[in-house]
Design a protein around this ligand. Structure first.
Ligand SMILES: C[S@@+](CC[C@H](N)C(=O)[O-])C[C@H]1O[C@@H](n2cnc3c(N)ncnc32)[C@H](O)[C@@H]1O
Length: 222
């Protein structure tokens, strides 16, 4: 759980982000990204929202997919671009500096077979989350996939108590250091359905129950 607030601190130091997020999440962030790209292949055209240093984008490209990674942070994208130059699948990836609010400008309607996003939604406001989902729907072909992983509130009184106690400390620390925080993502399956997607499954990835991957699909017919 530490990773999700700690990541705000790491983002202020993009050079250290990859190693830091991997260590702080005890490998959960790496494992979740591997699972997210499992079903992608050479026919896929993918948008990675909040791509950061491009970890998920490169995994998708290694599967043969063509990827557009979108992120608001010039610092994170500078690291992503350096990695791209040295990556064997780097020619299948392009990075665009844009916020989620600019998805209508940078992603064409029906251009993608999959929209993926790892650890972004906890940084978005409720309005930005709805907007990102509606734009993902527009961007996807019929039958296209939406795969989102992030932090959520655990189920159960004691788990939630522990989670909230630890989180409170981390919120204070990260706010003091970088004046920023994150919010656990709740109610996402309902929001996704409201935008017209069909939820296929939600996987919980850690013992605390605070990290999920949601798999959804845009219906083949309207
Ligand atoms: C915790 S990092 C996750 C990076 C990467 N997806 C990963 O799995 O490691 C969150 C990223 O979302 C980006 N971000 C936050 N708010 C955004 C917004 N409104 N539009 C675009 N990117 C945003 C940040 O710049 C950061 O790179």
């Amino acid at each position: 759980m530490f990773s999700y607030l700690y990541m705000k601190i790491l983002e202020s130091s993009p050079e250290r982000y990859d190693r830091g997020i991997s260590m702080a999440s005890l490998g959960a962030a790496d494992r979740s990204r591997e699972r997210m790209v499992k079903d992608l292949g050479p026919d896929d055209r993918v948008a990675d929202l909040g791509t950061g240093t491009g970890a998920l984008a490169f995994l998708a490209a290694e599967k043969g997919a063509t990827v557009t990674g979108l992120d608001a942070s010039a610092g994170m994208l500078a690291v992503a671009e350096r990695k791209r130059a040295a990556h064997p699948a780097g020619d299948r990836v392009r990075f665009v500096q844009a916020s989620v609010g600019q998805m209508d400008e940078v992603l064409e309607t029906g251009a993608c077979t999959a929209v993926v996003s790892s650890l972004l939604f906890s940084e978005l406001s409720p309005d930005e989350r709805s907007y990102a989902l509606s734009q993902a729907f527009r961007t996807l072909v019929p039958g296209g996939r939406l795969v989102i992983s992030d932090e959520t509130l655990p189920v159960g009184f004691f788990r939630r108590l522990v989670y909230r106690a630890v989180r409170l400390v981390m919120v204070l620390v990260s706010f003091l250091l970088v004046q920023a925080g994150t919010r656990p993502v709740t109610g996402l399956p309902e929001m996704v359905v409201q935008e017209g997607f069909t939820v296929e499954r939600v996987e919980i990835l850690n013992r605390m129950g605070s990290f999920f991957i949601l798999f959804a699909r845009k219906p083949e017919t309207p």
